[in-house]
Design a binder for this molecule. Structure first.
Ligand code: FAD
Length: 625
């Protein structure tokens, strides 16, 4: 962007340089805002706090959606990938997800380079206060007294708010090993009235690669035909690494049980709730006492790194117990621990404080994204960063909001779940949380989000043109297969057989030139569309119904106390979340169709009387549900 244009552009301050912060800053800058990113450690931009890997079940889809919308995580992951796996390869297309292992240092270098390319100014410092004027946020104050004026602020403080780290019965203040906690900002948020809670997460010890006996482990090679994340081809490292699998033993479990009396988790020192689906090894041994062994994935941290991340043995047990438990695992008998595992407890803000743009209702202009909203995982953080950053840029430019529906994207499911239901444990994405997951495949993220990407303008013009071309050539191939018939059936119908092959069908239909133009991903997507046509039609119909209920907007300043006959419990729930749409209102836990009908009848009356502020579309119709 021309520098004189940028100088007069609205200002967005992003606090935090983790996965949410980098994404928020880059998208807002690419959309034309002047972005300053403040972070505790400028050298730690895009740092992976825990495992050096991106993607996985449902998370891989999120990364592809972020990429489709012009975000950066997919590009950074591809440029630093050293091991690839398509998870659930043998299962249905809705649950297949790409995952890669990354060179940790290279990922962070690429994140810094990408932020610089987007025009983000990075500033090292600690934000201790929010500047509030006229009931809205106007900027932030740093520990050194400097003030940064901003038209919107995106807070992405991750695991750092009021953070405390635990190893055994030892406790230290800090948000990540070697980095301090954000204490004054946590107090300020509570002082402003934000509802906050306490969560915890943990990480395993890191091992020296050269001290591992790899011959005693089972190699896990990278896929030969890697599925990459970005829809734009990215340069990749010239070589990869092999990962390996080993397992805990009966001796490991005995050592852990003996150490539980010095575990901060089991002695009650840690009160925050941990991630149920990513438990510590001590939690696994306690909860699944009858299991004889648990897998440990040995994942190298980089091409030139001598560190290995033992995925599966996250722990906050005392150091001496960590040493014994590691050495009881085959292949790790002489393993050297370079950094001990630990747990971190931190504050999060109840995400129902935010609306679907991730802006807080309590303090207009303030957006929250990432682990601060009670999620866990880099991908969930990046997805929210993109939504919050884009909305901050749109709002400061006076444009309408960017909201994805649950039927369009995992990002829609993620944000809707957070702002509608809140969290009581760290939230992570699963395919089972998306009611229309067969529509939300990783293959088609660019196609299904094209209109949104065009509106945001964060993706390059060439990228958008390539997606339009992809849409056109797959449409043409489909139409050719639907119209050419053989023995009474179209070639499209014939493609439904398990051995259906798009290339062969197009050649048989006399359209070999169309087959030649298709990419591997085009073919896979066409085969899925043909094979699951019946299910997909039904899902599309259900998705349309969902979209219709989400198109009925509710007035943002509705007086719920004035809704006749509304149950007190329903009123309290509506007041707490202030649902944006009829669909969101009905998704609130404990809200019935009858509650919603009362609400919609009231809104209709207000509109007829000309007193309501008036929803943008169709709220006058009571819900048939
Ligand atoms: P972070 O990546 O935490 O980034 C926060 C950023 O905010 C940092 O740059 C920090 O410097 C900055 N910051 C904070 N306060 C201030 C301030 N006041 N002023 C300026 N800058 C500030 N996820 C999993 O999915 N599985 C796991 O097993 C797992 N284990 C984890 C273990 C540990 C020990 C930790 C720390 C995290 C773990 N995570 C795990 C979570 C994962 O790291 C996060 O989900 C992800 O990094 C969140 O991204 P984020 O951008 O929200 O925050």
């Amino acid at each position: 962007m021309n520098e004189s244009v940028r100088a007069s552009a609205p200002r967005v301050a992003v606090i935090g340089g983790g996965h949410a912060g980098v994404e928020a800053a880059c998208v807002a800058a690419r959309m034309g805002a002047r972005v300053e990113l403040v972070t505790l450690s400028a050298g730690a931009l895009g740092r992976m706090s825990c495992n050096p890997s991106i993607g996985g079940i449902a998370k891989g889809q999120i990364v592809r959606e972020v990429d489709a919308l012009g975000g950066v995580m997919g590009k950074l992951a591809d440029r630093s990938a050293i091991h690839h796996r398509l998870l659930n390869r043998s299962k249905g297309p809705a649950v297949q997800s790409p995952r890669c292992q990354n060179d940790r240092a290279l990922y962070a270098r690429e994140a810094a380079a990408e932020a610089a390319r987007a025009g983000v100014t990075v500033r090292e410092g600690e934000v201790v206060d929010l500047v509030v004027e006229g009931g809205r946020v106007r900027g932030v104050e740093l520990a050194d007294g400097a003030r940064l004026a901003a038209d919107a602020v995106v807070l992405t403080t991750g695991t750092f708010l009021g953070a405390v780290m635990h190893v055994g019965l030892e406790t230290t203040e800090g948000g990540r090993v070697g980095e301090r906690a954000a204490v004054p900002l946590a107090a300020r948020l509570r002082g402003l009235g934000f509802r906050t809670g306490r969560l915890k997460t943990g990480t395993p010890p890191r091992l020296r690669a050269s001290s591992i006996d790899w011959d005693r482990t089972e190699p896990q090679p990278s896929d030969d035909d890697p599925v990459r994340f970005s829809f734009e081809p990215q340069p990749a490292p010239a070589r990869g690494v092999a990962c390996a699998i080993t397992r805990t033993t009966a001796a490991t479990h005995a050592i852990i049980r003996e150490g539980l009396d010095r575990s901060p988790l089991f002695t009650g020192k840690i009160r925050g709730t941990g991630p149920r689906y990513c438990p510590s090894v001590e939690d696994k041994i306690f909860r699944f006492g009858d299991k004889e062994s648990h897998q440990v994935f040995l994942e190298p941290e980089g091409l030139d790194s001598d560190l290995v991340y033992p995925n599966g043995v996250s722990t906050s047990l005392p150091r001496d117990v960590q040493e014994r438990l590691v050495r009881s695992v085959p292949g790790l008998e002489r393993a050297e621990i370079v950094q001990y595992g630990y747990a971190v407890e931190y504050d999060y803000v109840d995400p129902t404080e935010c609306d679907a743009t991730l802006e807080t209702r309590r303090l207009p202009g303030l957006f929250l994204a990432g682990q601060i909203n009670g999620t866990t995982g880099y991908e969930e953080a990046a997805g929210q960063g993109l939504v919050a950053g884009a909305n901050a840029a749109l709002k400061t430019a006076g444009a309408g909001p960017f909201v994805l529906s649950r039927a369009e994207a995992y990002l829609g499911v993620l944000v809707d779940d957070l702002v509608t239901r809140g969290v009581d444990e760290p939230y992570r994405m699963f395919t089972s949380l998306a009611e229309h997951r067969l529509l939300l495949r990783h293959h088609n993220a660019d196609l299904r989000l094209l209109e949104h990407a065009e509106r945001l303008g964060a993706a390059s013009a060439e990228r958008l043109a390539a997606t339009r071309a992809r849409a056109a050539r797959t449409r043409e191939a489909r139409e050719a297969l639907e119209s050419a018939r053989h023995e009474g059936r179209s070639w499209w119908e014939r493609l439904r057989r398990p051995d259906g092959d798009v290339d062969a069908a197009l050649r048989a239909a006399g359209r070999a030139e169309l087959a030649a133009a298709l990419t591997r991903e085009d073919r896979e997507d066409l085969e899925i569309e043909a094979r699951y046509a019946g299910y997909l039609d039904r899902e599309r119909e259900a998705a349309e119904r969902l979209k219709a209920s989400d198109a009925r907007l509710l007035p943002p300043d509705l007086d719920y106390a004035a809704v006749p006959h509304l149950r007190a419990e329903a009123r309290q729930k509506f007041e707490r979340v202030r649902p944006r749409t009829a669909g969101q209102a009905l998704r609130l836990p404990g809200i019935s169709p009858a509650d919603l009908n009362l609400l919609l009848v009231h809104v209709a009356r207000l509109e007829q009387a000309g007193r309501g502020r008036g929803p943008a579309s169709g709220a006058a119709t009571p819900c048939p549900a």
